[in-house]
Design a protein around this ligand. Structure first.
Ligand code: PHE
Length: 451
C-alpha cells in the first residue's frame, strides 16, 4: 500500500493533540445539546447521572480509543484490521466511519443555523421580536439554511484538506482559547443578572424523583456524543500520536476539559434564562435558538452578547466537525489510497448532499415522521441512540476480550504519567461498560417503540 511508505503525520506538540481532541469533544453537544437535555430532564439530577456516566463509561472508552489509534497508527477500519486481521472486527470501524458521515451531515445543518444567527444578532435582538417565529421561519426556508450549511462544510473541508498539523492543529490552537474566553464573558454576564439565583438552584439542586430509564439513557447518549466516543474519532486522532505520549493523562485532560465546558455552558445559560424570562428550561432543541435570543433581547447590550454567543457556538461546532470529517477522510486516505485533498473535497460534498434532507424536513418534506421524529431528529436518534452506544459497546468488548485489557494497559502505559492505567481499567472495560450500555440501550429502544 502506497501510504505505508509515506510518513504518517504526528501532532507536533502535546498541547496540539489535547486541544484537537478537546476541540472534537467540545461542540454543539456541550453548548446546544447539553443545556436542553439537562433542561428537559429536570436539571441537577440529570447533571449528576451524566457526571457518573462520564467517569465510569466515558473515561475508560476515551483511553481505549486513543490507545487503539496510537497502537495501530490507522483510521478506525484499519485499526481493527491491524489488531485482529482476517476477522469481521473491522466492521466496528466501518460503523464508525458511517456514523461520522451521518452525524456530520446534520451537525453541519445546525452549525449553519448558528452561523446565520451570528448575523441575526448583529442586526439586533429586540424584546418585541417573536423569536419562535423567527426561528421557525429560518429553518423552514430552503435556500438560506442550505447556503449556511454549505458555508460551514466548505470551511470544514478547507481545514481538513490542509492536513493534521497545518490544518487541524493550527485551527484548534487559535479557536479553542477564543472559545474559552467567550464562554467566560458570557458566564460573567449571566450570573451577574438580577434574579440569576433561581437558575443556579435549578441547575445545582437535584431532585432524584424525576429520574427514569430514559434519563439514564439520555445521560449515556449525551456522554458518548459530547466526548466524541463510539465512532472512532478518538481512534483517528490517537493515530497521529507518537510513542512518547502518555494516554492516561491526555485522556483525562480531554474528558476534563469537555466536562468543564459543558458544566460552564450550563452556568452561562440557566441563570440568564431564569433571570430574564419566564420560559421553561425544558424548551428542548429550540432552547438555544429561540429562548436564548429572547434572553439576550432583554439584557443590556444583548445583541452584542448574542453575537458573541453564536460566534462561540459556531467555533465549537467547527472544531468538532473537522474531527468528524477527519474520520472519513483518514479512512479514504489509508484504506482507499486516496489523496487527502481530493478525499476531503469529494467526501465533504457527499456529506453536504446527505445533509439536505434534514433541511427539507422543515419545509418540503415536513410530512416525514419516523417514530415521531422529523428528518434531522431521526438522523440524530439513529446516530446517538443506536450507532454511538453500539460502537462503544463493541469497542469495549474488542478491547477487553479480543485484544485483551492487559495488552491495552501496557500500550497505554508505555510512557508513564500521573494517571497510569491499572487493573481497574480491565474491570470497567470488560464488565461495567458493556453491561451498562447494553442494559440501557435495550430498555430505551423498547420504550421508544412501545411508547
Ligand atoms: N463531541 C461533539 C460535540 O459535542 C460531537 C461529535 C461526536 C464530534 C462524535 C465527533 C464525533 O458536539
Amino acid at each position: 500500500m502506497k501510504n505505508d511508505l509515506k510518513q504518517r503525520e504526528n501532532w507536533t506538540t502535546r498541547l496540539g493533540f489535547i486541544l484537537a481532541a478537546a476541540g472534537s469533544a467540545v461542540g454543539l453537544g456541550n453548548i446546544w445539546r447539553f443545556p436542553y437535555v439537562t433542561g428537559t430532564n429536570g436539571g441537577a439530577a440529570f447533571l449528576f447521572i451524566y457526571l457518573i456516566a462520564i467517569i465510569i463509561i466515558g473515561y475508560p472508552l476515551m483511553v481505549t480509543e486513543m490507545t487503539l489509534g496510537r497502537k495501530s497508527q490507522r483510521n478506525p477500519v484499519g485499526a481493527f484490521k491491524s489488531l485482529a486481521p482476517n476477522s469481521p472486527w473491522w466492521l466496528v470501524g466501518g460503523l464508525g466511519v458511517l456514523t461520522g458521515f451521518v452525524i456530520l451531515s446534520y451537525y453541519s445543518v445546525v452549525a449553519g443555523w448558528s452561523l446565520a444567527y451570528i448575523f441575526k444578532a448583529l442586526s439586533g435582538f429586540t424584546p418585541d421580536m417573536a423569536f419562535g417565529e423567527l426561528f421557525g421561519a429560518h429553518i423552514s426556508g430552503v435556500a438560506v439554511p442550505i447556503f449556511w450549511h454549505a458555508v460551514f462544510m466548505i470551511i470544514t473541508i478547507g481545514v481538513i484538506s490542509a492536513g493534521v498539523v497545518k490544518g487541524i492543529q493550527r485551527a484548534v490552537k487559535t479557536l479553542m482559547p477564543i472559545l474559552f474566553i467567550l464562554l467566560l464573558v458570557l458566564i460573567f454576564r449571566s450570573v451577574t443578572l438580577e434574579g440569576a439565583g433561581e437558575g443556579l438552584t435549578f441547575y445545582l439542586t437535584p431532585d432524584f424523583s424525576v429520574i427514569t430509564w430514559q434519563t439514564i439513557m439520555d445521560a449515556i447518549a449525551q456522554a458518548f456524543f459530547t466526548l466524541s466516543l463510539g465512532m472512532g474519532a478518538m481512534i483517528t486522532y490517537g493515530s497521529y500520536l507518537s510513542e512518547d505520549a502518555n494516554i492516561g493523562d491526555n485522556a483525562a485532560y480531554v474528558v476534563g476539559l469537555d466536562t468543564l465546558i459543558a458544566v460552564l455552558a450550563g452556568f452561562a445559560i440557566f441563570p440568564a434564562l431564569f433571570a430574564v424570562t419566564d420560559v421553561s428550561p425544558s424548551a428542548g432543541p429550540g432552547l438555544t435558538f429561540i429562548t436564548l435570543p429572547a434572553v439576550f433581547a432583554e439584557m443590556p447590550l444583548g445583541s452584542f452578547f448574542g453575537f458573541l454567543f453564536f460566534v462561540l457556538l459556531s467555533v465549537a461546532a467547527l472544531t468538532s466537525a473537522i474531527s468528524l470529517l477527519e474520520v472519513v477522510v483518514a479512512w479514504a486516505v489509508d484504506e482507499k489510497d486516496m489523496e487527502r485533498k481530493k478525499a476531503s473535497i469529494i467526501i465533504g460534498i457527499i456529506i453536504f448532499l446527505v445533509g439536505i434532507p434534514p433541511v427539507l424536513g422543515y419545509s418540503a418534506w415536513s410530512g416525514f415522521s419516523f417514530i415521531g421524529f422529523d428528518i434531522l431528529d431521526s438522523y440524530d436518534w439513529i446516530a446517538n441512540s443506536i450507532f454511538l452506544p453500539l460502537g462503544g459497546l463493541l469497542t469495549a468488548i474488542f478491547a477487553g476480550y479480543v485484544w485483551k485489557a492487559k495488552n491495552l494497559q501496557d500500550e497505554a502505559n508505555k510512557k508513564s504519567g500521573v494517571i497510569n492505567i491499572g487493573a481497574w481499567y480491565g474491570f470497567l472495560i470488560k464488565i461495567v461498560v458493556p453491561i451498562a450500555i447494553a442494559v440501557v440501550m435495550i430498555v430505551s429502544i423498547v420504550q421508544t417503540f412501545t411508547g
